[in-house]
Design a binder for this molecule. Structure first.
Ligand code: AMP
Length: 281
């Protein structure tokens, strides 16, 4: 397995792959890999001749320095997991100074308002950070296809918008949310949960599933009220937000319009660990 730390070395490798007309799949991650990430990598291995996985805890997308410092970093285990899938994977493990040419900062983006909802409101600058890193990664890797999880559904829609606006020639492939057997959405941050909070966390998906059932015959306000009450009743979990939004615009939905697709989006704190999840309604 090849591991690149400097972008110029990876660029040289990509140039020769392009010359040989190899199709390139790309999976950007922040590491601390789990089966959810590996589902993206497996999809890429199936569709492409070459798969590049980046592992980069990108400082510019963290609005909270504590979250950045505590973000799990398990590089050696990550490599072993990838190696287990295929020896042909190319790993990009950039150094922030080299990656950003010494200027670790975000560009600002207009994603037609997608960046103003939900995570955009609660994590100022987050999507500028995501847009900056993904745009740069696409320039270096030049993938034919790039894989993103529906777990970060707003991010997925923003990446689609980025590609459309910047006219980047890459297909964005969405991958469904991968869950633990008890329903908790897999996340690198789950590693930081205490035993108590880990035991409590599957409650989030139970509530989301109940919300989906209610959504079939209740109005949107009632479903939101149900989720807020259910979360408030839990002694160990703290709701940051629950929103029902249109899948395309991500604007909060007031009432159901036939033909539109809706999703419920939730963020919950389990201790100091911020958990994100969503469900198609
Ligand atoms: P992260 O390392 O958290 O930045 O995630 C890297 C990619 O993996 C993103 O596209 C995420 O949406 C995706 N991902 C993370 N967790 C899951 C999961 N449980 N199921 C599906 N995709 C996931």
């Amino acid at each position: 397995m090849k591991v690149f730390r400097l972008k110029k070395n990876l660029k040289n490798q990509i140039t020769s792959l392009k010359k040989a007309q190899k199709s390139i799949g790309f999976v950007p991650t922040m590491g601390a890999l789990h089966q959810g990430h590996l589902a993206l990598v497996k999809a890429s291995l199936k569709d492409n001749e070459v798969t590049v996985v980046s592992i980069f805890v990108n400082p510019t997308q963290f609005d909270n320095p504590d979250d950045l410092n505590k973000y799990p970093r398990t590089f050696e285990t990550d490599l072993a997991l990838l190696q287990n899938l295929s020896d042909d994977i190319i790993v990009f493990y950039p150094d922030a100074q080299d990656f950003y040419d010494g200027q670790v900062a975000s560009q600002s983006f207009d994603f037609d308002g997608l960046e103003l909802e939900m995570e955009g409101k609660h994590r100022p600058g987050h999507f500028d950070g995501v847009g900056t890193v993904v745009k740069k990664l696409f320039e270096i890797v030049q993938p034919d296809r790039a894989y993103f999880g529906e777990k970060d559904f707003q991010q997925l829609q923003i990446i689609k918008k980025l590609v459309e606006k910047e006219q980047i020639p890459v297909d964005i492939i969405p991958i469904p949310i991968y869950r633990e057997a008890d329903g908790l959405a897999m996340s690198s941050r789950n590693k930081r949960l205490t035993t108590e909070h880990r035991a409590a966390a599957p409650y989030i998906y139970q509530v989301l599933k109940q919300a989906k059932t209610l959504f079939a015959y209740k109005n949107i306000e009632d479903v939101k009220e149900f989720v807020t009450n259910a979360m408030t009743a839990h002694p160990l979990l703290k709701l940051e937000y629950f929103e029902i939004a249109d899948e395309k615009t991500l604007k909060p939905a007031k009432q159901k319009i036939a033909g539109n697709k809706y999703r419920g989006f939730i963020v919950v704190y389990a201790g100091d660990v911020r958990l994100i999840d969503n469900i198609q309604l």
